[in-house]
Design a protein around this ligand. Structure first.
Ligand code: FAD
Length: 274
């Protein structure tokens, strides 16, 4: 089957976490992903964490793409990071606005990811393959769903090569969004896939990022309580069916939010036959 797979990690915070991430990377690499991406948290240490993690993945012989968020950052700082990435042979970047901690005012040079995409193109030409974010269920801070679609189209026209979506469990949201943009932008729209393994963590993330857990899924997960095996098995079934629907609808890739764990993603890929 002709479909690209990619996997997302976050930088490990401990030596133990870093060792586990290496094992996770080795296990997932067997599925021949197009690339691994590494998130870039706001503030301090994780910025180095992203670079070190990306370099580690590269040393293991795989393509690695750092996420780069711009909110609160100066042009000078982003220029420095771009140079570092280019000097280290990085060819792909996931360009994001990012989120400032609540209560913080943005004092940086960039307001939106579109400005970062523009800046990357102005500074480095076509060196980087640029991925951007998309929101089938609308970004929570958007003025309106229509304004969010316009902002996405504008961001792509600033120079993005491909887009990865926020995770969702309702394929109709993705298909509707795709219908709205596909005649206006000519880039792949890759669904972001979040395996379901832990209800409270998923509910927390989903509240924070505005992703909906449909009622029929939420109800069941809540009733499983501490029964991790029941959550795992139901989650696998739901997410595999979601992926099957998306593949049937012709998506050209799937991007997995692995949460640095190989097994939940591997189980889905096994079920899909990848
Ligand atoms: P933008 O595209 O700039 O959009 C942000 C908001 O501004 C939207 O509401 C949009 O409608 C609005 N907007 C955009 N342009 C305009 C305009 N010209 N006028 C008015 N409104 C406008 N966050 C991290 O901190 N680190 C990560 O590593 C990270 N990785 C992610 C990976 C993926 C695949 C996804 C989907 C998200 C990721 N995020 C990450 C979260 C992301 O940073 C947040 O969702 C953030 O709030 C928005 O980022 P964006 O790049 O989509 O922003």
């Amino acid at each position: 089957m002709n479909m690209n797979i990619s996997f997302e990690f976050f930088p490990a915070k401990t030596e133990e976490g870093a060792a586990k991430l290496q094992t996770t990377c080795t296990q997932l690499a067997e599925r021949n992903p197009e690339f691994f991406s590494v998130t870039f948290g706001a503030g301090g240490t994780t910025q180095d964490g992203t670079l070190n993690t990306v370099l580690g993945i590269q040393r293991m012989g795989h393509e690695a793409a750092p996420h780069l968020s711009c909110v609160g950052a100066s042009r000078e700082k982003i220029r420095g990071l771009l140079n570092t990435y280019r000097d280290n042979g990085i060819k792909r970047i996931v360009a994001l606005r990012g989120d400032l901690p609540s209560g913080t005012m943005g004092t940086g040079d960039f307001r939106y990811a579109s400005e970062l995409v523009e800046f990357i193109r102005a500074e480095t030409g076509e060196h980087f393959f640029i991925e951007v974010a998309a929101y089938p269920e609308t970004h929570p801070q958007a003025k309106s769903p229509a304004a969010d679609v316009e902002a996405f189209v504008h961001k792509v026209k600033c120079g993005a090569n491909s887009a990865i979506t926020q995770y969702f469990y309702n394929p109709d949201a993705f298909l509707y969004f795709r219908d709205q943009v596909q005649n206006r932008v000519n880039i792949p729209l890759i669904p972001g896939i979040m395996p379901i393994t832990n209800y409270s963590q998923l509910a927390r993330f989903s509240d924070a990022c505005g992703a909906e857990i449909p009622r029929w899924i939420r109800n069941r997960l809540q009733h499983f309580g501490d029964d991790r095996e029941a959550i795992r098995s139901f989650g696998l079934e739901v997410v595999t069916t979601l992926c099957e629907n998306l593949i049937r609808e012709g998506v050209s890739g799937l991007h997995f939010y692995t949460m640095n764990n190989a097994q939940p993603t591997l189980s889905i890929l096994d079920a899909l036959g990848y």
